[in-house]
Write a new protein. Structure first.
Length: 458
């Protein structure tokens, strides 16, 4: 099989390649094509990818290309993880929001709109070319904001597309790790939207183990649930996606982000620039060592400002310099690679899988429209992807979910129609904005800042 990574010059590519190698035999994987529009980044990041394959001893070819059509031709599986405007675009998204006193985060609220303005047109082009060149291939979209991008693709008539996110199945992994069970032995029920989801069940051998775990302070404090604190977790009685922190603690989040010397986008921009500079001219073995050091530092500082304990916050911002890579089994492949590859394998081999994905709701969540793209537990097999029936959900999450989905639908329409007024209406509807004056300024500033990518709007 030909596996294609669109955005192959991105910093997550080596982890994707490492994960893909665990599926080589089952997927009959022969080639991993890395496609990007930035030749210098692609060449630099390909080095640790090639070294990972070399150390594995597997006969898988790493192919690099700047040509989208060459990458897509006869692809068996397509993973899209692009960042239009690179890290600079992310910084602008975050800073423009913060300057107007609202959350600056790349996928949540106004930052999500700014990113979607750039991401959606690019993904529509990729999907159109894929339909021509690899009509049987599924597109696994990890390009953020993943839910909105997938909604735009579905609304535009593309059907062999699914949104993936590494945070959607965190509850399953945390419960399995804590109780020392295989991941697939834990059957969770996830509902919500991308970066706005909850888990209310975790079944093992027919018994829901989640309520007891949510009352266990040790479990809460050993997971990202500590961002919310045991009292909030127990009050809600749900496992919370980490991005809900930006809604349930929005004032604290804005204050702590503003108190940092760098916003997250600026930190990632700096770390990524240093990585690419260090990779150039290095041997394959050294390139992998450099990459592992970068990965540890970036992962350690992720959402560090959400830690209640200042000492823990400081520790996470100053991690140890290096770790050595290890080869992983299929069950150990995490992140977006694990979601995409496990789902792709289930589709190819007709091997039943239960996993949370971003797909049209159909009838899964009562009160949501059938064509609303939601983040929900699905069953996957050779017949396709089917959302699991969830039924009614608690009123608090339901109202927040409906409000954010209303924003997403308006935002997608605004981007597809290039309609400034609709974009303003979308941000007014978002619970983190809620103001015509502020929304109008945000839209104006985003259109100006990203004019090279979004073109003229009416």
């Amino acid at each position: 099989m030909k596996l294609v990574l669109i955005g192959g010059g991105g910093v997550r590519a080596p982890e994707f390649v490492r994960g893909a190698l665990a599926f080589t035999a089952d997927l009959d994987l022969q080639e991993i094509w890395m496609m990007d529009i930035d030749p210098s980044r692609l060449e630099a990041i390909a080095a640790p990818c090639i070294e990972i394959v070399r150390q594995s001893g597997q006969r898988v070819s790493i192919r690099q290309t700047l040509d989208l059509d060459e990458a897509l031709a006869d692809a068996g599986m397509i993973v899209a993880t692009i960042r239009v405007g690179q890290e600079k675009g992310r910084v602008l998204d975050e800073r423009i929001a913060l300057e107007l006193g609202v959350l600056g985060q790349e996928t949540t609220g106004p930052g999500g709109l700014g990113m979607a303005m750039r991401s959606i047109p690019a993904l529509l082009n990729i999907a159109a070319r894929a339909e021509m060149l690899a009509p049987q291939a599924w597109i696994f979209n990890f390009t953020n904001p993943a839910g909105m991008v997938t909604q735009a693709l579905i609304d535009s008539g593309y059907r062999r597309v699914v949104g993936i996110c590494d945070s959607a199945n965190t509850a399953q992994y945390d419960v399995a790790r804590w109780l020392d069970h295989p991941v697939d032995a834990v059957k969770t029920q996830v509902f919500g939207l991308n970066h706005l989801s909850w888990t209310r069940r975790a079944m093992i051998d027919g018994r829901d183990v989640l309520p007891a775990l949510l009352r266990d302070d040790d479990f809460v404090n050993d997971t990202h649930l500590r961002f919310f604190g045991p009292a909030v977790v127990q009050r809600l009685g749900l496992y919370l996606n980490e991005y809900l922190y930006y809604y349930y603690f929005r004032d604290v989040a804005v204050q702590r982000i503003l108190a940092q010397e760098e916003v997250r986008g600026e930190e990632v921009e700096r770390l990524s620039r240093e990585l690419y500079e260090k990779l150039r001219g290095q041997s394959l073995e050294d390139s992998l060592r450099i990459y592992e050091s970068y990965k540890r530092r970036r992962n350690a500082s992720y959402m560090a400002y959400a830690e209640h304990d200042p000492d823990l916050r400081e520790i996470r911002l100053n991690p140890d310099a290096d770790i050595r890579p290890v080869h992983v089994t299929q069950a150990e492949v995490g992140g977006y690679a694990g979601v995409a590859l496990r789902t792709g394998l289930a589709l190819k081999l007709d091997h039943p899988l239960r996993i949370a994905l971003n797909v049209p709701n159909q009838e899964a969540i009562v009160g949501m429209r059938p064509d609303d793209v939601v983040e929900v537990t699905c069953t996957v097999d050779g017949g396709g992807i089917q959302p699991v029936y969830v039924g009614e959900i608690p009123e608090g999450p339901f109202l927040l979910m409906r409000q954010v989905k209303y924003f997403e639908r308006l935002a997608v329409r605004a981007i597809l129609e290039r309609d400034r007024a609709l974009a303003v209406e979308a941000l007014v509807a978002h619970p983190l904005v809620g103001s015509y004056e502020r929304a109008s300024k945000l839209v104006t500033n985003y259109l100006k800042a990203h004019s090279d990518y979004v073109g003229e709007w009416r």
